[in-house]
Design a protein around this ligand. Structure first.
Ligand code: UDX
Length: 455
């Protein structure tokens, strides 16, 4: 079987990762983006964001000549038979629904340029119903004699593990309309199935209709968000009952029906997907008349944001500061915030609980110094008014309170005895329950975790 040639429209986090990984699987790939700076970086062998392992794969596949990038949609139309839409679907101005402008632009630019029978595959996370709408758009804009078709195949990438998630996905889901689309999509994923076969694994393939394929993605993210908020709700109860949520999570996680993943209580979820997706899902369900079915996601969101406030109150408690009607007054205190990325091994600060907590501490009057191993540039851009430090030691120097807000290995493995020699007072809030309380207490620190009794 000759492999189809692939294009990835939009070379942001999703599209660039897919384009590079599919070139690695042996496909001839072109990535297209209207952003010249991105295309220049990628063409020059530089990934414009932090994702472990991706730089090497980019350079290797550029050198092999299987991978190219362009700002011209005509290049995608001329060179590929399968076009993956990987553009962003940001939160709308109303703070709830998804903005489909970029999807519309990508399809509008590509469809009239297509000269042979081709398949346009949506990957972006979209409200249910979008695939049918794209299909109508394509019917209007593409030459009807060619028989251009649409399919929808959501992605499930986790930042920090994205290369593995593309090369070794735990499933492939595709909404298709015809046997032709089904076969072409199978050919476009042959590399993934072949790799699995050589490693004695199987990648389940779920072929379904458009609406189900679209919903799979948002349902999966809604479930993950709910799981995190569930354990954070338990953390709230543990805090008033004197119980330890980390032990509770371990104990319930042994039940295979529950499972031990995504039960890490802490500052809550952030990033470019979970918060935005659960809001867009609620908005869409409301439009469809099923708003009540997803009302619990509103609660999931509330529990999640409440955790950020918890850090503020813990800080006041540890620092012995008053809590007035307007909230805690932390003026005159120095607080080190360790972590700005929404999770470790990422430089992404979108909706990062760490930065939100840092901003809340600063708004309460604390002099905040934020340090992150990878996300400094993005953090400075997102929250320019916050104080920043160049290193872990610089951040904690003379601090009266240290808040661990992202569980980077650099923080987990830091020696509390060494840090203790730098700070003005040994107080730590473990916002991710990622430290060993006993070790910190032995080194003389006052330790407070999330949903755990004081150590
Ligand atoms: C998520 C989904 O996992 C992925 O499948 C989807 O394609 C995109 O959204 P990602 O945003 O990369 O991926 O991050 P993820 O690892 O899921 O973490 C999301 C947030 O939840 C992070 O802020 C993380 O710190 C937090 N989290 C995760 C918890 O607070 N507790 C947990 O137990 C797990």
């Amino acid at each position: 079987m000759t492999l189809p040639r692939l294009s990835f429209l939009g070379t942001g986090y999703l599209g660039a990762t897919y384009a590079i990984c599919f070139a690695e699987l042996g496909y001839e790939v072109i990535g297209v983006d209207v952003d010249r700076a991105k295309i220049q970086a990628l063409t020059g062998g530089r990934v414009p964001f932090h994702e472990p392992g991706l730089d090497d794969l980019l350079r290797r596949n550029l050198a092999k000549g299987r991978l190219s990038f362009s700002t011209d949609y005509a290049d995608a139309a001329n060179r590929a038979e399968v076009h993956f839409i990987c553009v962003g679907t940001p939160q709308r101005g109303d703070g709830m629904g998804a903005d489909l402008t970029y999807v519309e632009q990508a399809v509008t630019q590509l469809a009239p340029l297509i000269k042979r029978r081709a398949l346009i595959v949506g990957k972006s996370t979209v409200p249910v119903g979008t695939a049918s709408w794209v299909e109508q758009l394509v019917a209007k804009l593409a030459d009807p004699a060619l028989g251009v078709e649409v399919a929808w195949s959501p992605e499930f990438l986790q930042e920090g593990f994205a290369v593995e998630d593309v090369l070794r996905p735990n499933r492939i889901v595709a909404g298709v309309r015809s046997a032709w689309a089904n076969d072409l999509l199978a050919a476009a994923h042959k590399g993934v199935f072949d790799l699995a076969a050589t490693e004695d694994r199987e990648v389940p393939l779920v072929i379904t209709d458009f609406a189900t394929a679209e919903l799979v993605k948002v349902a999966a993210n809604a479930f993950l968000a709910t799981k995190i908020s569930f354990i954070n709700a338990m953390a709230e109860v543990c805090e008033v009952a004197g119980a330890d949520v980390t032990q509770l999570a371990r104990a319930i996680g042994y039940d295979p029906r529950i499972g031990n993943k995504f039960l890490q209580a802490g500052l809550g979820f952030g990033g470019g997907c979970l918060p935005k997706d659960i809001r867009a899902f609620q908005a869409r369900a409301q439009e469809l008349g099923a708003g009540e079915a997803l009302r619990f996601l509103h609660e999931v969101d509330l529990i999640n944001t409440r955790r950020r406030g918890r850090v503020l109150h813990l800080a006041a408690e540890l620092l012995g500061r008053p809590v007035g009607p307007a909230g805690p007054d932390l003026s005159g205190t120095r607080v080190a915030v360790l972590g700005a990325a929404f999770k470790p091994n990422s430089d992404d600060v979108r909706d990062a609980p760490s930065l939100a907590a840092a901003a809340a501490l600063a708004a309460a009057g604390a002099e905040v110094r934020v340090y992150d191993p990878q996300a400094m540039a993005n953090a400075r851009r997102a929250q320019p008014a916050l104080g920043y430090a160049e290193s872990l030691t610089d951040a904690v120097n003379e601090a009266e309170l240290v808040v661990v807000a992202t569980e980077w290995a650099e923080f987990r493995n830091a020696d509390p005895a060494v840090l203790g020699g730098l700070v003005a007072a040994k107080r730590v809030i473990d916002g991710r329950n990622c430290l060993d309380p006993a070790q910190w207490v032995r080194a003389g620190w006052t330790y407070r975790g999330m949903g755990r009794p004081p150590a």
